[in-house]
Design a protein around this ligand. Structure first.
Ligand SMILES: Cc1cc2nc3c(=O)[nH]c(=O)nc-3n(C[C@H](O)[C@H](O)[C@H](O)COP(=O)(O)O)c2cc1C
Length: 206
């Protein structure tokens, strides 16, 4: 598939075949994710990979209600759940390093000066970077013939992640269900239609 095809075919998949994903395929997606751009090349991301029914069941139990699980939602069939995490502290530390803390006349990102202070961030790059990396996983999944759903975590995952050894300071941005796609229902949100280019692009001025 070329890039246009991958982008056009990518969609959120909410049902999965009862078939495992080879670990090396998951590794390939994760390796690609590490090629995402990151502010100051901080790469302040991490991916917690839960594979197989034993590990994914722990995830679903911690993040959903019993009634929801009893309805046997199709997404729970995903053989893999990846939790992308980000670490804001890594960005504060990185932007306190000399090449970022000192304004450099030769560099366009002079505005980086002072970003060692958490209050001076207008845009939380830690979320931007983790989202870029997550997008590469979604596109890689499509390219490999896999299906993926990025979804929000409905409950606090502090206890789950703590139990799984995630260190303090790391926060999940959501979760990715991953597996071989099975027939599913399109999201009702899609009925909104894709916004046309001339509505979203503003050339020269808004
Ligand atoms: C930040 C974010 C959060 C989302 N959360 C959920 C979610 O909790 N559950 C869900 O089914 N889909 C979720 N989605 C998927 C969107 O509904 C979906 O991307 C959108 O309807 C467009 O459909 P498509 O991705 O299949 O093109 C989320 C997407 C994003 C980017």
């Amino acid at each position: 598939m070329d890039l246009d095809q991958v982008i056009a075919r990518r969609r959120m998949v909410r049902n999965f075949a009862d078939r495992a994903v080879p670990p090396e395929l998951v590794d390939r997606l994760l390796e690609r994710a590490t090629h995402a751009p990151s502010a100051g090349f901080t790469q302040g991301w991490a991916f917690l990979v839960l594979e197989g029914p034993g590990q994914t069941a722990v995830f679903w139990e911690a993040t959903s209600d019993r009634e929801w699980r009893q309805a046997d939602p199709a997404v729970m069939r995903a053989p893999v759940v990846v939790i992308p995490l980000t670490c804001p502290g890594n960005y504060f530390d990185r932007y306190a390093e000399p090449d970022k803390a000192q304004p450099d006349q030769a560099q366009p990102d002079q505005a980086a000066a002072g970003l060692g202070d958490p209050r001076s961030w207008a845009v939380p790059y830690w979320l931007v970077d983790a989202a870029f990396a997550t997008m590469l996983i979604l596109l890689g999944a499509t390219d490999a013939g896999l299906g993926a759903l990025f979804f929000r975590l409905h409950r606090s995952t502090e206890e789950l992640l703590g139990g799984l050894g995630v260190p303090e300071g790391w926060v999940p941005i959501g979760a990715i269900a991953l597996g071989w796609p099975a027939p599913d229902r399109a999201s009702p949100s899609l009925a909104r239609g894709r916004r046309p280019l001339d509505e979203v692009v503003h050339r020269g001025r808004w």
